[in-house]
Design a protein. Sequence first.
Length: 345
Amino acid sequence: MAEQPLLQVRDLKTYFTVREGVVRAVDGVSFDVQAGQTVGIVGESGCGKSITMRSILNIIRKPGAIVSGSIRYRPQKVKLKTDAEGYADLARLKSTGRDMRSVRGSEIALIPQEPMVSFSALHSVGNQMIEMIRLHQQVDHATARAIAIEKLRQVGVPAPERRIDMFSWELSGGLRQRAMIALSLSCDPSLLIADEPTTALDVTTQAQILNLMRRLQSELGMAVIMITHDLGVVAQVSDYVVVMYLGRVVEQGPVEQIFADPKHPYTQALLRSIPSMHSVTRSELPSIRGSIPIPFNRPPGCPFHNRCDAYMPGVCNVHAPELTPVPGTDQAVSCFLYDEVEVRA
Ligand code: SF4
């Protein structure tokens, strides 16, 4: 029997109600994360990947709210009220309540995009790590400091005994991101969410950080959700890929299958837009025509139909395709090219 996933997101909807209308930032997203697996969530800016991440951490601020769906998580350390299968629904927990606060950091940790704004400039890196460790573990200050030094060493910070007392603004970009990863790992989470962790770094440091994350993931056996717009990052670190467009999952599947044989026209277009060493010099790079619609003005039917080369008038602009398994593969895709039954219905 297949192992139960660590995280099961089902039909998640997170909306923002503002004066101009309702923004359906996440609109019926479903995916699983197995223990020890790296899942890459990919899509253009505004596709809802970061709001999905914030929903899982239950840190959606007003005027946003999780309006329906579930975020079922199997707690590994923290004692939570669970169902018969051992899952707690994080979407039902109070964002500022004790249960959700104990899940954040201890069970599920975040590596943010820009550590400079996430670290406090007023406290040393060490003090922030020690505070985090003592919040979730019953240890004294000296023990917490020893754990923090060990975590810094684990992520490759040189001379951690000295650097632990430095402020984040005294560290280089690469060291600061390593320190942020150490902070995220300080309570041994079972699920690490990395929100574009290499976007603010130069390419050499990016490669080092991705190698570090791959090493840590295999050494510590934790699950990782990698949020990124960069398909190169997904290819390097992910086992499984979830492609999002306008708040919906348009395709998901194992990384090898998605890269070898993408099914959804949007995934195909994304892959075509990656610059290649073999491109004809000075030729125009392929891009996806048009742009993401304004959130208040979502097109009816398939959200991608006004940019899609395979658009079928009378079908794609009328009906909304559901995420459906593609026979003979482990992929699922939300497109009428693979869902004739739904079209007939
Ligand atoms: Fe294109 Fe239609 Fe498939 Fe949408 S449902 S991706 S418009 S072919």
